[in-house]
Design a protein around this ligand. Structure first.
Ligand code: ATP
Ligand code: MG
Length: 443
């Protein structure tokens, strides 16, 4: 992409309405624009990051054997009356009437609709287990929408649902989700710690929230600092292997890590003092096992191997896809701007032409651009007729992990400059060596 043809409405001033750094930087980098309280348009740069996160979620869900589908945002109230949640959900549910006076709503989550789909088609234990998910817009009429996309009213969420014959199978689904979520967040360059949590209006007993530690997080969390040493890394996982999924789940959830709702002072006191941490975190996901709560209320039963009708065991699982854009920035920025992890960056590499219009510099930039593109990467070439200082400030603000700087002086010596956004380190390399190094980062 050439910046001269892109839509990147960067702001020089700090927007007054933004209280936290991710909101400020998303507005300043031209990623989003508010259209109403807690409702945002995603501008081209913001959408690219959102889509990259979405792609990682899809890929990791596919590996775990979960099936992607899509349910409507507008749903009929009738289904929600069956489960009792039409009344229970309260003010957070956006209620709408259609032209015939029928009660509709904008989906805040989709347990009811998926259960309806399930009961309409699945009648036998032979068709289970089944896990389906979607990535779809949700609406919750939050009392205090704030912090930009972190607490929006409209937000983009992955929500998945598992249907199993037995509690044991449903717990395998739970563990499988826990493992797949660990991998998902790590690919985004994030450490998200599973913490024992409270189930809220979804209901149920077993639940973990995934929290990214950050001072601006809305949740107070209590944990054994040893949990921050755990990483998933590139170990092989077979999602059908119940024992393996369970042992990874145990590895990541046995040490003390809880949100304030489930915090237990007496248990916490058993953690060695120097490892006891109280901090703040951003909830980027949650998994639940709730057994037969919805299947009983809504008659989602199947015939088991003995011919008996039994309600199915269910769980649900959510990832805050749009919130993650903000959470990643909270975890990765400096005073100049965003620092994108390579896994989610909107462009792989910036190219800054120090002297636009200089025949040699222009040709060298074009060449870098086409070589990176041929290698399957997406560069962002700042080809505007602007001062170098302004170009650097923009590149730093939008946070691409690598920047190639090209100018007549370097070219005389046969070199361009390659700069790492995270460390700030620069080195002079031949164009070929610089390209090879950038490509190697993404292999
Ligand atoms: P919170 O406690 O932050 O209100 P929640 O527990 O109600 O969230 P879930 O029902 O667990 O949310 O939804 C799954 C995920 O969706 C959450 O982990 C979070 O990352 C994201 N999410 C929830 N509410 C919002 C919101 N208002 N704006 C952006 N993302 C949200
Ligand atoms: Mg939650």
């Amino acid at each position: 992409m050439r910046l001269s043809r892109y839509f990147l409405p960067v702001l020089k001033e700090n927007p007054a309405e933004a209280q936290i750094v991710s909101h400020r930087l998303m507005l300043r980098a031209g990623m989003i624009k508010q259209s109403a309280a807690g409702i945002y348009s995603w501008l081209p740069l913001g959408l690219k990051v959102l889509k990259n996160i979405e792609t990682i979620v899809h890929e990791e869900q596919a590996k775990a054997g979960h099936l992607a589908m899509l349910m409507p945002t507008i749903q009929s109230a009738d289904l929600w009356r069956e489960s009792g949640r039409y009344d229970d959900y309260g003010e957070e549910m956006l209620r709408i009437k259609d032209r015939h006076g029928r009660d509709m709503l904008f989906t805040p989550t989709a347990e009811e609709l998926i259960t309806d789909i399930f009961r309409g088609h699945v009648t036998s234990y032979k068709d289970m287990p089944l896990t389906m998910y979607q990535i779809q817009w949700k609406f919750r009429d939050e009392r205090r929408p704030r912090f930009g996309v972190m607490r929006g009213r409209e937000f983009y969420m992955k929500d998945g649902y598992n249907f199993d014959l037995t509690k044991e199978d449903a717990m395998h689904a739970y563990n499988r989700h826990l493992v797949s979520y660990l991998r998902t967040y790590e690919r985004m360059g994030l450490q998200a710690i599973p913490m024992r949590a409270d189930s809220g209006p979804i209901g149920g007993d077993d639940t973990h929230e995934f929290l990214v530690l950050a001072e601006t997080g809305e949740s107070e969390v209590f944990y054994d600092s040893a949990v921050t040493d755990l990483t998933f890394g590139d170990r092989d996982i077979n999602y059908d292997d119940k024992a393996q999924c369970q042992s990874i789940m145990e590895e990541f959830t046995t040490k003390y890590a809880r949100t304030d709702e489930t915090h237990d002072e007496a248990l916490f006191a058993e953690v060695p003092q120097e490892r006891r941490k109280v901090a703040r975190g951003i909830e980027v996901g949650q998994i639940f096992y709730f057994g037969a709560k919805y299947s009983e209320a809504m008659g989602a039963t199947v015939q088991d191997a003995d011919g008996k009708q039994v309600p199915v065991h269910m769980g649900s699982h959510g990832i805050g896809v749009s919130r993650l854009v903000g959470a990643i920035i909270e975890a990765s920025h400096d005073d100049k701007g965003i620092i994108w992890p390579e896994g989610v960056t909107p462009f792989h590499c910036g190219i800054v032409n120090l002297k636009q219009g200089d025949a040699e510099a222009d040709a060298a930039c074009e060449d870098l651009y086409s070589q990176l593109t041929k290698a399957g990467l997406e560069p962002l070439y700042d080809d505007r007729n602007e001062r170098a200082g302004g170009k650097f400030a923009t590149m730093d603000l939008i946070g691409l992990p690598w920047r190639l700087t090209v100018g007549p002086r370097g070219l005389k010596n046969g070199v361009v400059e390659l700069t790492c956004r995270k460390t700030g380190d620069s080195e002079e390399l031949t164009p070929e060596a610089a390209i090879a190094k950038v490509i190697a980062q993404y292999m």
